[in-house]
Write a protein of this length. Structure first.
Length: 287
């Protein structure tokens, strides 16, 4: 009677270990996010300084001949009146929810997919996002900046307040949930760009179609500028900080199989005759 034994599961890959690892990662990400949110609120009472910085940024952009943020907003709003009003209303009502609802859930899904499918890339992306977000928080505290929707010289429409929905309260100083003076850098753009680069790096295919992920940060850039929540410079600074983070954090060395990998069975060697013996056998032997 032949006995069958089940191969032992490799150490560190059991259900309990996987559950503890997942819990640790969730607590780590949640803790980092809580620290970031708490840090952002330290600058909510610096309205005068934030508006002065906004004027400086606006004048600097004009001196550098960057395109005005109003150009993008006019493209977004040019059909809000007249026969084609429905088209313009649709664009505005799509841009505002995109700004409010896509940023954080998309990043969570991105990290969740990497955690399950590319653990090495997950650790890399998590570290890069941590460095980027920490640098952004330091800049938010050192350089409070009012968004262009608050700057009178910009003459831009606060699309979230006019058309809805808005994630901010009307009075920035009374907003206890978000720091509205944290325009630079734009983490909306920084996180979106990291999502695209992370998916491209983690993909197994080298097809040009993988570059379609870059549409996400491009669309995010148009939305954050068109809704008057950010300046062009906010996205540029976010890109520079992300580049620095990518230089600091080592890239994953391999494709990194999932954390829990099915045990592989050893391959059974197939017996064969040496070449010299096979050549010496008479033709038709063994038939």
């Amino acid at each position: 009677m032949t006995s069958h034994t089940t191969p032992a599961e490799p150490a560190g890959t059991g259900p309990g270990t996987a559950g503890r690892r997942l819990l640790r990662e969730l607590l780590l990400v949640a803790g980092l996010f809580a620290v970031y949110k708490a840090g952002r609120l330290l600058a909510t009472d610096r309205a005068d300084e934030a508006l002065r910085n906004a004027s400086r940024v606006w004048d600097t952009e004009r001196a550098l001949h960057l395109p005005g943020e109003g150009t993008i907003q006019r493209l977004l709003l040019h059909c809000t009146e007249g026969p084609a009003a429905g088209t313009g209303e649709a664009l505005v009502h799509a841009a505002n929810p995109y700004y409010a609802a896509v940023h954080f859930p998309a990043t969570v899904l991105f990290l969740g997919w990497l955690y399950q499918r590319r653990p090495g890339h997950y650790r890399w992306a998590r570290r890069v996002l941590t460095v980027l977000t920490g640098a952004a928080l330091a800049l938010h505290l050192a350089f409070p900046l009012a968004p262009p929707r608050m700057l009178a010289a910009a003459q831009l429409v606060d699309t979230a307040q006019v058309y809805g929905p808005s994630v901010y309260r009307a009075s920035p100083t009374a907003d206890t949930l978000a720091n509205q003076f944290a325009a630079m850098p734009s983490l909306h753009f920084g996180w979106a760009l990291m999502l695209a680069l992370g998916m491209i790096a983690a993909g197994r295919t080298r097809s040009p179609w993988r570059l379609v992920w870059l549409l996400h940060p491009l669309l995010t850039l148009l939305v954050i500028v068109g809704t008057a929540n950010h300046y062009w410079v906010d996205a540029i600074v976010a890109g520079v900080l992300l580049g620095a983070a990518l230089l600091v954090v080592p890239r994953p060395k391999d494709s990194s199989p999932p954390f829990r990998e099915a045990p592989t069975r050893p391959r059974t060697a197939v017996p064969h005759l040496p070449r010299a013996r096979r050549a010496a056998e008479p033709a038709g032997a063994g038939r």
